[in-house]
Design a binder for this molecule. Structure first.
Ligand code: NAP
Length: 278
């Protein structure tokens, strides 16, 4: 992506965009002047439509796409829809992800593979098909993935998560192996893809959120103690670390998407109030 004046409106895809961090990123990119394809699972159609309406309210074009990122044909179709409806693809934010807790000794491979299907294969498919389209266009691009600065504490978890207080993509933590592996894979994939796409002026980076106030980490105890309380207790996050909002992550993605970030590639930027230092 050159920093020269563009004669077209850039188009972004954001996966997992019906709520949480994905929604925050989609709205921020629209405010930045991009047209946005918002994608999520089919059962998220109503909230996804509402996000698209908010984007149109900001004066940008929006398209909603039902897409399970773990299915390559659906990811490919999403990219085709973006190009046929909005004309091109300049930015891919592979945000959709799921969490899973459980020890190595109790590992049920079907569950671990389900986590990897979304968090690894889903990101790979998004990177692959976005890259193909961007290379074909010949005008560079931005590809961005989601790592993690911790693991989710969704109430469905039936395991404690001792020690999982830092970037799960940077090192392993007890009882969150499936998730740590998946985020480490995204970090590595981001580096590999960055090297492969450098000659095409496509940067590839990732963000690593800390405790962000979304459905993924919500717990009834937060109503008493404040957003993010439960997950920070569970993960032994040091006292004083704040809970962020999706907009805090979106601000960083906004920079990574901007032409000014052209000299940054292969990086994982932690957005976590200082939980993890790289
Ligand atoms: P969220 O509130 O759970 O939103 C994620 C969205 O992705 C949901 O709408 C979810 O739909 C969707 N999704 C799940 N599987 C999908 C699939 N196969 N294909 C397409 N969409 C799918 O999560 P979030 O907190 O915004 O997190 C976004 C990203 O940031 C994730 O990659 C997560 O791992 C990462 N992250 C979040 C935090 C945090 O504190 N919130 C911290 C570190 C990393 P369903 O609800 O129907 O499954």
């Amino acid at each position: 992506m050159s920093t020269a004046t563009q004669e077209y409106t850039r188009v972004a895809i954001v996966t997992g965009a019906s709520r949480g961090i994905g929604k925050g990123i989609a709205l921020r990119l629209a405010a930045d002047g991009l047209d946005v394809v918002v994608a999520d699972l089919a059962d998220q159609k109503d909230p996804l439509d509402a996000v698209a309406e908010e984007i149109r309210g900001l004066g940008r074009k929006a398209l909603t796409v039902s897409c399970d990122v773990s299915k390559e044909d659906e990811v490919q179709a999403m990219v085709v829809a973006a190009v046929s409806e909005l004309g091109r693809l300049d930015v891919m934010v592979a945000n959709a992800g799921v969490s899973l807790a459980g020890s190595v000794m109790d590992a049920e491979i079907e569950a671990w593979e389900k986590c990897w299907a979304v968090n690894i294969k889903g990101v790979l498919f998004c990177y692959k098909h976005a890259a193909r389209q961007m290379v074909k266009q010949g005008t560079g691009g931005r590809i961005i993935g989601a790592i993690s600065s911790h693991v989710s504490a969704r109430p469905t978890f039936n395991h404690p998560l001792p020690g999982a207080s830092s970037v799960c993509g940077q090192r392993g933590y007890a009882n969150v192996g499936a998730y740590c592996i998946s985020k480490a894979a995204v970090r590595s994939l981001t580096q590999t893809t960055a090297l492969e796409l450098r000659e095409h002026n496509i940067t590839v980076n990732a963000y690593g959120p800390g405790a962000i106030d979304t459905a993924m980490v919500a717990n009834p105890l937060d109503e008493v103690h404040g957003a993010g309380y439960f997950v920070k207790q569970l993960l032994k996050i040091p006292e004083g670390v704040r809970t962020g909002q999706p907009s805090d992550v979106a601000n960083v993605v906004s920079f990574l998407v901007s032409p000014q970030s052209h000299f940054v590639t292969g990086q994982t930027l932690c957005v976590d109030d200082g939980i993890h230092f790289t």
